[in-house]
Write a protein that binds this ligand. Sequence first.
Ligand code: NAD
Ligand code: DAU
Length: 350
Amino acid sequence: MKKIIITGGAGFIGSHVVRLFVNKYPDYTIINLDALTYAGNLENLKDIETSPNYCFEKINILDAEALKAVFVKHNVTDVIHLAAESHVDRSIIAPLDFVYTNVIGTVNLLNVAKEFWKKSLDQHLFYHVSTDEVYGALGADGLFTETTPYHPNSPYSASKASSDHFVRAYAETYHLQTVISNCSNNYGPFHFPEKLIPLFINNIINNKPLPVYGDGLYTRDWLFVKDHATAIDMVFHKGKINDTYNIGGFNEWKNIDLVKILCSQMDVKLGREKGTSKKLITYIKDRPGHDRRYAIDATKINAELGWKPSVTFEEGLQLTIDWFFDNTDWLNNVTSGNYQHYYDSMYSNK
Ligand code: NAD
Ligand code: DAU
């Protein structure tokens, strides 16, 4: 009977992973461990928050004593670690926040897991969820494979690369059983509207400019978030110990082409005249150190674990747009900051 801590479970991807595990594995106990930073939102989990195999622990991964206590309290068997500062633009403004959470927080968690499991290390797994950004930028050709050398360019990717190295080091040095996955750009329901797709959906709805960085010819490889969650499920259960898996949908888009498709689908959804939303596109100053192109070679996870994405990009984007229109309260709560009161109303008397 597994008792799994999922860190960052109140965030965008973490909430999908928590939901999948809670619903699919009723025999497991799923402990959502999250500090509820600006990016953590328990409203993302309203549908499963009363499930008997789910609980929430409001803990910062920088707090080693609180981590130890929670391992003891739940007799934790495994960790799936997603908690992180995740936005590149914020890392350029405040790099130390990324060092604290992504590097020191990860090492704290590794230490506590290693100590708690020291008599039975071969029975436990520390799964570290990482990003393709650790590999740096590609030129016009080529794909990131699991053996591409690390070459992080932003404070965010440097902090994630560092955390990946610590996970590997704990496997080598202390024989902690680990696995790492490096995924491309996610999109979908519950995406925080500071990232490209949800920000632009919100701006189009509100007739606000769409700020495209630089020449708009930067390329990202987009994956529907629920497909990332199913990949995490497979890597957790079937991945080789101390190995690493790249996750991506072979789905590259130049930013400007993606934005134009989004504008067209939004015009239809809003009943606006064709071409209306495109007029909102505004080219602005580039992001410093902006990586030109990311693209994942997901051959290994497909060949070894049989994983592949379940939706095309057009389908995923339509599902995402529909979700944001069906969940205007969620979007309004996030953009107004009201979601930050949800924890108090839910947990104040517990
Ligand atoms: P997010 O910013 O939406 O969520 C992060 C979560 O971590 C939030 O709930 C936040 O409250 C929590 N958190 C932050 N600092 C914490 C701390 N010190 N202690 C405890 N909890 C803390 O992030 P996301 O986009 O869901 O990404 C999740 C993970 O996946 C990250 O590790 C990220 O690097 C990785 N990743 C993200 C993407 C993507 O496209 N978003 C792609 C590949 C990998
Ligand atoms: O590749 C995986 C990574 O994808 C994750 O590790 C990160 O956590 C996640 O935030 C994401 O990073 P990006 O920097 O690629 O995502 P973002 O949505 O911020 O930007 C996507 C592209 O769009 C990028 O080229 C920058 C550009 N952009 C972004 C914003 C917010 C704009 O042109 N305008 C914008 O306003």
